[in-house]
Design a protein. Structure first.
Length: 218
């Protein structure tokens, strides 16, 4: 089973992907991770093309597709792939369809974590990071210092309302095209609305599994 994950920054996409990896023995392809890996190696043939990431820009569709194709090639014998951060444009979605069909696979499920802006703001504005070990806490955890490192927790620079709202707006713009694309495809589209700040990632995971089983996917 191959899954494309959609969800705004702060939606907990990465965490849900990890659960699905464990539960179904899938492998996780995150374009952000693949690009960070390439940036560790200045001799990588795509290093120059990927460097734009450091300026906050998107990598070109062509280079992104090549990086993903390479990763899929290595994983074609796996039980399935979860795509996270990809596709991000219609042209990437079309390229993914072509890559998948060339190895006799398809995007079976699109899992859209539709977390409301209110919940995202609550999560991200309450987020505190340990400057030493980088572990993330929430103000409601009640810590003012890192329990491991004993240093005061801090707010991350990009965790301010203006930046978050801007990133959400950007996400909504590009994701709308993909939602439209996949709603017309033969992939199963699962949208989970998360509008309750007290919902835990375990609870979300259970709902995800319920949605899968309703559709006979597990
Ligand atoms: P975020 O998208 O939240 O910034 P990611 O870790 O998913 O974090 O990606 C890091 C960066 O890599 C993005 O900001 C973008 O520059 C680039 N990137 C990731 N996925 C893609 C993609 N599908 N197409 C183009 N660029 C991408
Ligand atoms: Zn720490």
């Amino acid at each position: 089973m191959n899954i494309v994950m959609l969800g705004p920054p702060g939606s907990g996409k990465g965490t849900q992907a990890q659960y699905l990896v464990k539960r179904f023995g899938l492998v996780h392809i995150s374009t952000g991770d693949l690009f960070r890996e390439i940036l560790k190696n200045p001799d990588h043939p795509l290093y120059q093309e990927v460097r734009v990431v450091n300026e906050g820009k998107l990598v070109s569709d062509d280079v992104t597709n090549r990086v993903v194709e390479n990763a899929i090639e290595k994983l074609k014998d796996s039980k399935g792939i979860i795509f996270d951060g990809y596709p991000r444009t219609i042209s990437q979605a079309q390229a993914l369809d072509r890559m998948m069909s060339s190895v006799n696979m398809k995007v079976d499920v699109v899992l859209d974590l539709n977390v409301t802006q209110e919940v995202i703001l609550y999560r991200l504005l309450g987020r505190r990071i340990c400057p030493n070990c980088r572990k993330i806490y929430h103000v409601n955890d009640g810590y003012t210092q890192c329990p491991d490192c004993k240093v005061p927790l801090r707010v991350r620079d990009d965790d301010n309302e203006e930046t978050i709202v801007k990133r959400l707006k950007e996400y909504n713009e590009w994701a709308a095209h993909l939602k439209d694309y996949y709603s017309k495809s033969n992939s199963v589209y699962i949208s989970l609305t998360i509008d309750d700040v007290s919902k835990t990632s375990q609870e979300v995971q259970e709902e995800v599994i319920q949605e899968f089983s309703k559709r006979g996917l597990v």
